[in-house]
Design a protein around this ligand. Sequence first.
Ligand SMILES: Cc1ncc(COP(=O)(O)O)c(C=O)c1O
Length: 375
Amino acid sequence: MIPLFRPWVGKEEIDAVAKVINSGWLGMGPKTQEFEEKFAKYVGSDYAVAVNSGTAALDLAVKALGINSGEILVPSLTFASTAIVALYSNAKPVFVDVDTGTNCISLDDIKRKFNKNIKTVIPVHYGGHPCDMDEILAFAKSKGLPVIEDAAHASGSEYKGKKIGSIADITCFSFHPVKNLATGDGGMVTTNDEKIYNAVKKMRWFCINKSTFERAEVKSYSWYYEIDGLGYKYHMNDITAAIGLAQLKKLDKANELRKKISQRYMKEFAGLDWMKLPVEKSYVKSSWHMFVPKVKNRDGLVEHMSKNGVSAGVHYLPLHLQPLFANMIKRGEMKPANVPITDRIWKEIITLPVYPGMTKEDLDKIVDVVKGFKP
Ligand SMILES: Cc1ncc(COP(=O)(O)O)c(C=O)c1O
């Protein structure tokens, strides 16, 4: 079976992990710091804080803005984390529709859903295609609203010549195993705001005022520390960071390989009258985390591919249809989701395999299988 995703890992990652294990320091320490510095430099942000998941990154981002009530604008066409972090901070997600072309959050619908209880908006760079951030930021600024980018899909993506990671108030990355930069599990918060940086850094490890590594660096180990706030067990460790550093070196090359696969799909499927190809706006460079066309008889195509040895996915069953949120809406604990475009397109979207290590034979096979489908 050809998988949907596969991490691009090898000797570099194994050697990097072996070095950390041999160093005797496995926890958060020098490698985590090096990964933060190099990641910040790569995306062009002033600060980066490494955490143990993209979800932790989003949770800390919301908390760093001091949100503990009200509502948060999020797309419904996303992974659970984008909306669930609102609930973690005692706020309610308000579901926003997407644009038909890019599947990114709709600015018109952000404007429609905005009200005085909205505390922030979390655009998701769907499939690695950046949202139109200038437009979103201009509106947010006019309302005094901070913006958190969910860049779980967008390691290495660019918007108007700038890497994703330094555009909005806070950007959150995921290094989950299927992501473009994969460490097993992990995440990063980037920002240019020193206050946000300090808040996120403090909360990621219990608001303990000195890390174990910092305490070990003095002449003799110093056991003393203080906890002066509510923090979390969200930090990254040096094993993960070592994998991250090796992956960061390969990220541009990996994204280039993803783009080549996507271009081949674009060329091969251009003539299929039952398929609408994904779009890449002129002002972005997608990381091609996912290749998501819209098709007639989506479920039939998933079954056809599966029968012929090729995996396909659907990203996502919209969150307002997930029982957690659907039941909250039913009980009147959340606003009903008025998202007609999402309701229509989620039945048409299909995610085709894209990963850097795909062989030419596998790519040829996927193309043949898809072209052989009769909807
Ligand atoms: C859009 C989106 N946001 C957030 C996350 C959460 O990241 P993680 O799995 O690293 O917690 C993911 C992926 O898993 C995602 O796809």
